[in-house]
Design a binder for this molecule. Structure first.
Ligand code: UDP
Length: 252
């Protein structure tokens, strides 16, 4: 056994939801326990999602976020906060990882997560369908020391840390026991819905670490890709006429 991994996944109903959640569930099932999968939906816990979680055979909690929001740009922000509140309230002691439902994760990643003391970070490959290329986002390291950042998108140069939402993880005690880490600010650590597109990760991380010296680059040298972020928007898929099924496959 080893340290508890607390994997947080916001999810919502769309055609590819069953595909994504089954795929992620089967990956998590291969990770040696202890692992807790916190899956958060908006407004209702759907029976279809519950069934996938049961079938995955992974220890999990199925939470609901009741925040009223109409902002489509929030994309999982309030759901992740529901999970953070839960971790804080129940003093869950482990490594917190935001695993979006649509990404692909290697088993090595979960092995590496258990090595994190305070805050771990690594490069993620973003694959763009339309541009047919991979963009790296994340740290450049010397051993486990972070010495720079991969960044390609001009508009995002102003970000303090160039990290993907699924490219970092941290010790949960940071959010419920600030004394352990001598964190000066003891305000609740949350994701904010007020930040500009592309700045969600850096704004969140700036609440947890002061600078690169408090980060651990994984694995040593940060030269291995352990997870991939695909930009495939199922909403924009073109279906042949008459082939479209209801949003939720189980509802047929
Ligand atoms: N998500 C959600 N509700 C939404 C949009 C997104 O729960 O309205 C979840 C989604 O299931 C995924 C995460 O938030 O786990 C990130 O969403 P997405 O990959 O669409 O955002 P992107 O990474 O493209 O910004």
């Amino acid at each position: 056994s080893g340290k508890l991994l607390i994997v947080v996944t916001p999810t919502y109903n769309r055609a590819s939801q069953g595909y994504y959640l089954n795929r992620l569930g089967q990956t998590l099932r291969l990770v040696p326990p202890p692992l807790l999968w916190i899956v958060v939906e908006m407004h209702v816990a759907s029976a279809e999602t519950s069934q996938i979680l049961v079938d995955a055979g992974v220890m999990c909690r199925h939470l609901v976020c009741n925040k009223n929001t109409t902002n489509v740009k929030d994309r999982g922000v309030h759901q992740r906060n529901t999970a953070l509140e839960h971790i804080q309230k129940h003093r869950l002691d482990g490594i917190v990882y935001f695993a979006d439902d649509d990404n692909i994760y290697s088993l090595e990643l979960f092995e590496q997560l258990r090595k994190i003391r305070r805050f771990g970070v690594w490069p993620v490959a973003m694959l763009s369908q339309s541009k047919n290329k991979a963009i790296l986002e994340g740290p450049v390291c010397n051993g486990s020391q972070v010495i720079g950042w991969h960044t390609n998108e001009k508009s995002k140069r102003l970000r303090r840390f160039h990290v993907d939402m699924s490219g970092f993880a941290f010790n949960s005690t940071i959010i419920w026991d600030p004394r352990i880490w001598h964190r000066p600010n003891s305000d609740a650590i949350r994701q904010l819905d007020s930040v500009k597109e592309g700045f969600q990760e850096t704004t969140f991380i700036e609440q947890i670490v002061e600078d690169e010296s408090q980060m651990e680059g994984l694995p040593k040298g940060c030269s291995t890709i352990m997870n991939w972020h695909l930009h495939i928007e199922s909403r924009n898929l073109v279906y042949p006429k008459g082939w479209q099924v209801p949003k939720d496959l189980d509802a047929i």
